[in-house]
Structure formats: C-alpha cells, structure tokens
Design a protein around this ligand. Structure first.
Ligand code: SF4
Length: 219
C-alpha cells in the first residue's frame, strides 16, 4: 500500500484504490490534453473523473499497480494536492478572456505557479488571483490573494475557507505586477519562517497583530 501522497496518489475511501491529480497550471487546458486524460482514464478503468475546486481533474479509482504507467502516459507532473505546501493557485481568466477583467490574472497566476506550486512550508497555503473585484477565484478566502483594479492589484492576506473560516484583509493596493510578486515572496517567506504546523496565515496574523505583520512585509 502506498503512503499518502507517494507517487502523487491518495488512498480512497474504499481503502483499495487511489486518486491522482495531475498538475493543470491555472486550470487552463487544451482539447488535446483533455482527450489524452480521457483516453488514459478509460484505458485504466478509472471510476470517475472529478473536476476539483482547485480547477484540476482528479482521476479516481486507480489500482496501485497502474499508477506509474498512468503518470508516464499522461506525461505531466502530479499536482500538490495534499500536505504542507503551496497548493494549486486558483486563477480567473482576467483580461485574457473576461470582458470585465481589469488586470492580467493569468499572467500573474502563471508566474506565481512557476515560483511556488508545491513549495514546502510548515503548513498548507493557498493563493488566488482574480482579474477584478468580482473575485471569481475566491480571493477573499485564500491565504494570499490578488484582486485586479483599474490602477493595479489589491493584495489580500489571511483568508481561509477551511474548518475555521476567515476573510482576508487588505494589505495594500494599486501595486504593479512586479510589486505584487515581490510582496508575494515576502509573505511566503514570512509564513515559512514563523508559521507552526497546522497554521494558516490568518491565524499567524492574529497572533502577531495585523499592523506588525504589515510592517514586516511592507516596511
Ligand atoms: S473575477 Fe472579474 S475578471 Fe475574473 S472572471 Fe470574474 S468577472 Fe471576470
């Protein structure tokens, strides 16, 4: 039996089969990718393909002996679906596709994904990027969120949609994409240095105080 997360596989409720979740950066796929996933899923007899809240496709009901072959045939990396790390970065279509977009959410999201997806931390950490105030990427319940506005990004911190839900607070606004990435790096490094196992950023901010946290990030 595989350990949880080994080979990117998670044991299912039946205690026999596994789910795997390929990494789908930004939740954007091509028809060819979907076709390949469907073909591999069919070949190995998955019970279901679940579209996850993190904009990925979980293949559910795989046999242990098939998991290596499935990854090879898919030709993609596992997504960071469990464990203490930066999970899938949830991103809306932003100015690339959405007529309401104010900022390039896919562009900022792609850079964040490249830098941080799977990055190991003391506890799990979620990031969201929305191209406008409608927050289709649920930015206000992410540990770190970016919301596009006409003059730049608003940076939100401390949101959580888990067992103890919290709404994110505004850290700063009207920042450029480059500044947003610098702030993201400081927030992630701060969490890495100060968080305890099982923490979320919002709880850490409650402990240290918002003004203290803000000073540490923005100076
Ligand atoms: S958050 Fe705004 S830009 Fe993004 S999909 Fe929703 S409406 Fe469009």
């Amino acid at each position: 039996m595989l350990k949880d997360g080994e080979k990117g596989a998670v044991l299912q409720r039946d205690k026999e089969t596994y789910a795997i979740v390929p990494h789908v950066p930004l939740g954007v796929v091509t028809p060819a990718f979907l076709k390949k996933v469907a073909e591999v899923a069919e070949k190995y007899g998955v019970k279901a393909m679940k579209l996850t809240s993190a904009d990925r496709i979980a293949l559910v009901g795989l046999r242990e002996e098939d998991i290596d072959k499935v990854w090879t045939e898919l030709g993609v990396e596992p997504g960071a679906a469990i464990g203490a790390c930066i999970r899938s970065i949830k991103v809306c279509p932003g100015t690339t596709f959405c007529r309401l977009g104010q900022q390039d959410a896919l562009g900022l999201g792609a850079e964040l994904d490249k830098r941080y997806h799977g990055y190991q931390l003391p506890s799990k950490f979620k990031i969201g990027v929305s191209g406008c105030i409608n927050q289709c990427a649920e930015t206000c319940i992410k540990d770190l969120g970016f919301v596009g506005k006409p003059k730049g990004w608003t940076v939100m911190v401390g949101g959580c949609g888990g067992a103890r839900p919290m709404l994110a607070q505004k850290l700063t606004d009207n920042v450029s994409t480059e500044e947003a990435l610098e702030i993201a790096d400081k927030v992630v490094k701060y969490f890495e240095a100060h968080a305890k196992k099982g923490d979320r950023l919002g709880r850490l901010i409650d402990r240290v105080g918002f003004e203290e946290f803000k000073k540490a990030i923005l100076g």
